[in-house]
Design a protein around this ligand. Structure first.
Ligand code: HEM
Length: 414
C-alpha cells in the first residue's frame, strides 16, 4: 500500500492544509482513482492540462452545479418559479452552446475595457484604505478583501453603490446552495435570494435598454458576434449571476491569502517593497501558491485514458489546479514563495483551454492595484497578536481565510 491510500481526504486537517497530500499524489499516482469514492483525483500538471484540453471527453456539464440539491426541493421550485429559469452558460456548459456564450461575454471583457477601469479600481481601493488607515488594526477580510471585488463587479453590473452589501449576500447564497449541506428552511431562504437577485438585475437590464451606460451590463446587452443570436433575458440573468458569483469569493481569497503569505514571508515582502516593479510577478506567484479555486469537476463522456490511466465513461474527475501549480516538474522548490519566480511555465490558477477564467484580466488588475496601494500606504504590516493565527477554510474546492486580523502603521501622504 502506498502512502496515498492512508490519506483521509475528508479529515479537517487535510482539508485545511492539503499540500503535503497532493505532493504524495503527484509522486505516487498523478491520476488517482480514490478507493471507495467513485472519483478520480488529478494531481499532475501535465495530466490536469491534458483533461482541460479535451472538453468534449471531460465535460463540464453538471445539472446540480448552478443551484445545488435545491432544484429537487418542491418548496424551492415554487420559489424559483417566481423568477427566470437557470441557463447553463459558461462554467457548467460544453460546446457548441458554451462557444456562443463565451464569444458574446468576451465582448464585455476586452483588455481595453479592463485597462480603462484602473483609475476607478484605484479609487475604490483608496476609499477602503482611508476608512481603516488611521486605526492601526483591522480585519483585512471585512475591510478590503470582501468589499473590493464586490464593489468592482457591482459597478460593472449596474448595481447601485448602496446595494453593494447585497452583492455579498447574493453571492454567498449561490455558493451555499452549491457547496453546503443546508436544511430545507436554509435552502428556501437562499432560493428567495436567487429570485430577489434576478428581479433586481431585470430592473437594471430594463434601465440599460432605455438608457445605455459605459458598463459591462450594457456591453452584455448589446453584444453581437457574427451570426450568433444576442443574449435573451434568462441568459443575461444567468451570465450576470455567474460573473458575480465566480469573481467575488475567489478575488477575496486571493487578497486575504495573498497578504497572509506576504506577512509570513518578511524577506519577500521587503524585496517587493524595495522593488515595486515586481508586484505583477508577485501576484502571479500568489495565484500559483494560493490557487483559490483549488479544483474543478469534470465528467468523462466516453471510455478513455488520462495520463495513461483508464477512465470509464461517466467517471467524475476532480482536476486539482492547486496541486498542478506545485508540480515540481515545472515549479522548482514549489512550496517556496518567490516574488521573482520565473514563469516560463504558466500556472493554471485561472484554468486553461475553453473554460479559461473570463475575469482573469479584471481580477489581476484588482490584485495588482490593491497590493500596490497596500504596500504604498501601510507600513509594518503584521498579524494582530490579539487574535488567533488565521486558518484556511476546510474545503476541497476553495482555499481562503475568513478572517485576517492585522496591525500596521497607516500613511496618509502616499
Ligand atoms: C483570483 C480570482 C479568480 C480566480 C482564481 C478564478 C478562477 C477560475 C477558474 C479556475 C475557472 C475555470 C474553471 C474550469 O476550468 O472549470 C474560472 C472560470 C470562470 N471565471 Fe474566474 N476566477 C477569478 C476571478 C473571476 C472574476 C473576477 C470573474 C468575473 C468578473 C470570473 C468569472 C469567471 C467565469 C464566468 C468563468 C467561466 C468561464 C468558462 O467556463 O468559460 N472569475 N475562474
Amino acid at each position: 500500500m502506498g502512502k496515498l491510500e492512508t490519506i483521509d481526504w475528508d479529515s479537517e486537517a487535510h482539508l485545511r492544509e492539503p499540500h503535503a497530500a497532493y505532493a504524495i499524489g503527484r509522486s505516487e499516482s498523478p491520476v488517482y482513482p480514490v478507493p471507495g469514492k467513485g472519483v478520480v483525483m488529478v494531481f499532475g500538471y501535465d495530466e490536469v492540462l491534458e483533461a482541460l484540453m479535451k472538453p468534449m471527453v471531460f465535460s463540464s456539464r453538471n445539472e446540480q452545479a448552478l443551484l445545488g440539491p435545491s432544484i429537487n426541493s418542491p418548496r424551492c421550485r415554487e420559489i424559483y418559479a417566481r423568477g427566470w429559469p437557470q441557463v447553463e452558460t459558461l462554467l457548467t456548459n460544453d460546446p457548441p452552446s458554451h462557444t456562443r456564450f463565451k464569444k458574446l461575454v468576451n465582448r464585455a471583457f476586452t483588455r481595453e475595457k479592463v485597462d480603462a477601469l484602473e483609475g476607478h479600481i484605484t479609487g475604490i481601493v483608496d476609499t477602503l484604505i482611508d476608512r481603516f488607515a488611521d486605526a492601526g488594526a483591522c480585519d483585512f477580510v471585512q475591510s478590503l478583501a470582501i468589499p473590493l471585488p464586490c464593489s468592482v463587479i457591482a459597478g460593472q453590473l449596474g448595481i447601485d453603490a448602496a446595494d453593494v452589501p447585497r452583492v455579498k449576500a447574493w453571492s454567498d447564497a449561490f455558493i451555499e446552495l452549491i457547496g453546503s449541506a443546508l436544511t430545507e428552511d436554509e435552502q428556501a431562504a437562499r432560493a428567495e435570494q436567487v429570485v430577489a437577485f434576478q428581479h433586481y438585475m431585470k430592473a437594471r437590464i430594463d434601465e440599460r435598454r432605455s438608457a445605455p451606460r459605459a458598463d459591462m451590463l450594457t456591453d452584455l446587452l448589446n453584444a453581437r458576434v457574427d451570426d450568433e443570436r444576442p443574449l435573451d433575458e434568462a441568459e443575461l440573468l444567468s451570465v450576470a449571476q455567474q460573473l458575480m458569483v465566480a469573481g467575488n469569493a475567489t478575488t477575496t481569497h486571493m487578497l486575504a491569502g495573498g497578504l497572509f503569505t506576504l506577512i509570513d514571508n518578511p524577506a519577500e515582502l521587503a524585496r517587493v517593497r524595495a522593488e515595486p516593479s515586481l508586484i505583477p510577478n508577485m501576484v502571479e506567484e500568489l495565484l500559483r501558491m494560493q490557487t483559490p479555486t483549488q479544483g474543478m469537476w469534470r465528467r468523462a463522456t466516453e471510455d478513455t485514458t488520462l495520463g495513461g490511466v483508464p477512465i470509464a465513461a461517466g467517471t467524475m474527475l476532480l482536476l486539482m489546479f492547486t496541486s498542478a501549480n506545485r508540480d515540481e516538474k515545472y515549479f522548482p522548490d514549489p512550496d517556496r514563495f518567490d516574488v521573482g519566480r520565473d514563469f516560463r511555465t504558466a500556472h493554471v490558477a485561472f484554468s486553461r483551454g475553453i473554460h479559461t477564467c473570463i475575469g482573469m484580466m479584471l481580477s489581476r488588475k484588482e490584485l495588482v492595484v490593491a497590493f500596490r496601494r497596500i504596500l504604498e500606504r501601510l507600513d509594518d504590516i503584521r498579524l494582530d497578536p490579539g487574535h488567533p493565527r488565521p486558518r484556511y477554510i476546510p474545503s476541497p474546492l476553495f482555499r481562503g481565510v475568513h478572517e485576517l486580523h492585522i496591525t500596521f502603521r497607516g500613511r496618509r501622504d502616499a
